[in-house]
Structure formats: C-alpha cells, structure tokens
Design a protein around this ligand. Structure first.
Ligand code: PLP
Length: 358
C-alpha cells in the first residue's frame, strides 16, 4: 500500500504526522476544549434565518473584506477597536496560518513556550517556518524577565504567547506580554482563544494594542462562543497588519454563509456567553475534585484543567473511554487535560475518577 511518505513530498513534510485529536463518538467528549453547552435554541433559530437569507445571493461572491462582520467584531471587543483593526478567517488556525504566510516562511523562525498548543509547530511546518520551542518555567509559568531573555537570545521573526495557555491553562500577565514585545524584533501574537473564560477582571492584551504595531491579539468563536463547527476566528491589531494579510489570504476566503452565521451569533453574544460562568464553576469543581483525589491540578484561566500525578496516562484514558468519557493525553508524562463539561458531564468524570481510586 502506498503511504503519503512514499510520495514526492517536499522537505519538511516527510515523516511528519497531521493534527489528530481522536474524534470518537462517545457520550461525553471532554478532549478538545469545545463548549460543552451547545447553542441556545432561540439563537439557533435566528442563525438559521440569517443563513437562509444569504442563500439567495450565493450566485455572487461574498464581500471579500467582510466589512460588516469586522464592524461587529470590533463592537464586541470594545477597547476602541474599529473595523480596520480586525481580520477574520475560517478558525483562528487559519488566522495564525495567514500570519505565518505573511511574516514567517523560509529562513524565518516562529517561537513559542512549551508545552503549548500543538498546532503551532504544525502551522510552522505547513508554512516552511522554523519552529523554536522553548520551555516554560516552573509550574508552566512565564515571568517577564525569563520571557525577555529567551526572546532576546533567539530573536525570532514571530513569537506566539498562548494566554491562557493550552494545554496547561496558565494565564499570562500584561507585564509578561509587554516584556515579550519589547524584547521581540518582529511580530508578537497573543493567542487569546480562551480569554472569555478568564476570571472576572483579568485584563486582555487588547489593552496593549495602542502604540504597538507589531502586536496581534488572536481570538476565536470556537470556544466560549460555542461555534467550533462554524469555523470562525479573528484578530485585532494595527490596521496595517490586517492590510498585510490581504496579500496571503485566498480571495473570498470567508463564505457568505460563514459571514451570515457569525454575524447572527454575534448579535446574541450575551446569550451565547451566558454559560461561561457555569463552565468556570464546573472547571473549579473538576480542579478541587481532582485535588481531593490526590492529583495535581494546575491553575487555569480557561475551560479546561491540566493535572499531574497520573501513574499511567494510557490506562487512565482507557478507563474513562470505557465509561464513555474522552479526555486528552497531550503527551506529557504523568499529565492529562480535561475540558469542563456540563454539570452532569463533570459529575460523571469525577465519579469515574473516584472509582479508580477506591
Ligand atoms: C482551540 C484553540 C484555537 C482555536 O482554533 P480555531 O481554529 O479557531 O477553532 C486557537 N488557539 C488555541 C490555543 C486553541 O486551543
């Protein structure tokens, strides 16, 4: 049988594996940090109406600059953002890919602090950018002094700071982000995919955009907005950044259906985000339950918990899988990651973990 490694792949792709979080049909999926709460029914009806109305015009290409959607994102973000500060694509993964297509590429480097989002090295691979993974400090934290020193050493073309970090949940302070920006010669991305789950009063890197033209704050509708299946991600930055990304995007990359669905969902942002408090509460229940069972949960500003103290990660994965629960083995010895579920799902997870201990 021919495998893709038998094909004349370009250098840099040979021997590599694609992104592959298991997608198994189990009753309780707590492995890819989706919003476990689904879309409220009244909102769903409104989105259906908006998408249906857009179908009549599908003979024409969509608005290439998705101006109205950009205005809606700017209004949602606040912080003085305007349409020209916003860019969007089919998931923040595509936004990140476009950033690397424009600012990375052959001969250039992309630096992140590991363990971090597994897609960063894959996006580097796909854009022929050299990935530099530097380790986090104790307990996966990052101090301004450390981050400034590491970035100055490697002088990367693009830096990504995931805040809160996936898979560890660790939030970053604005001081750390400021230090990274000052030390970096090039683009600094703050990936805020989980920002809406941060504890109330936690400042966003959006506050730092003014006067920092190399800073990009990346966001997504896939997590708190319960919209992972629609594929909508976006960024806020200096208007010159959004302008530059038009060099590398495919024309009309955001379909009229996507634009209509995203705009309708944004009109209901209060309803879409109403479950965030409950998700935080379930996350905290998971953390304290795991700690009571003798595991080591790390602090989390997101909708998931990263915990250590697991003797055998494959055995734990299997034990939960047999009970219809999927969690994530992120390949870090003795550690696992679990997404906050609904109250019932969280209870099922904690019960299954308790059963293992008794
Ligand atoms: C889930 C996630 C994203 C979101 O990706 P989409 O393409 O928007 O679905 C981005 N960054 C991180 C760190 C994530 O965990």
């Amino acid at each position: 049988m021919t495998t893709f490694d038998d094909l004349p792949l370009r250098d840099g792709l040979r021997g590599r594996s694609p992104y592959g979080a298991p997608q198994a049909p189990v009753p309780i999926s707590l492995n890819v940090n989706e919003n476990t709460h689904g879309i409220p029914e009244v909102v769903a009806h409104d989105i259906v109406g908006a998408v249906a109305a857009s179908i009549i015009g599908l003979n024409r290409y969509p608005d290439r600059e998705f101006t109205e959607l950009r205005q809606d994102f700017a209004a949602y973000l606040g912080h003085g953002m305007r349409a020209e500060n916003i860019w969007a694509a089919n998931g923040s993964n595509e936004v990140l890919q476009q950033i690397l297509l424009a600012f990375g590429g052959p001969g250039r480097t992309f630096l992140g602090f590991t363990p971090t989002y597994s897609m960063y090295p894959l996006l580097a691979m796909g854009t022929s950018t050299r990935w530099i993974g530097r380790e986090r400090e104790k307990d996966f934290e990052l101090s301004p002094e450390y981050i400034a020193r590491v970035i100055a050493e490697d002088a990367p073309d693009v830096v990504v700071l995931c805040s809160p970090n996936n898979p560890t949940g660790t939030p970053l302070t604005l001081d750390t982000i400021r230090a990274a920006y000052e030390a970096a010669p090039g683009i600094v991305i703050v990936d805020e995919a989980y920002a809406e789950f941060s504890d109330q009063g936690t400042p966003s890197a959006l506050e730092l955009l003014q006067g920092r033209p190399r800073l990009i704050v990346s966001r997504t509708m896939s997590k708190a907005f319960a919209f992972a299946g629609a594929r909508v991600g976006y960024l806020a930055a200096d208007p010159a950044i959004a302008d530059a990304l038009r060099l590398v995007r495919l024309p009309y990359h955001l379909s009229a259906l996507t634009q209509a669905a995203a705009r309708a969902a944004l009109r209901h942002s209060d309803a879409m985000l109403a479950v965030v408090d409950d998700i935080r509460a379930q996350r905290d229940r998971m953390s304290s339950g795991l700690a009571e069972l003798g595991y080591r949960p790390y602090r989390s500003g997101s909708n998931f918990v990263f915990f250590g103290g697991v003797d055998d990660t494959s055995a734990l994965f299997q034990h939960l899988f047999e009970r219809g629960i999927l969690i994530r083995d992120v390949g870090i010895d003795g550690h696992m990651r679990v997404t906050a579920g609904t109250e019932t799902e969280t209870s099922a997870f904690l019960d299954a973990m308790t059963a293992l201990r008794s």
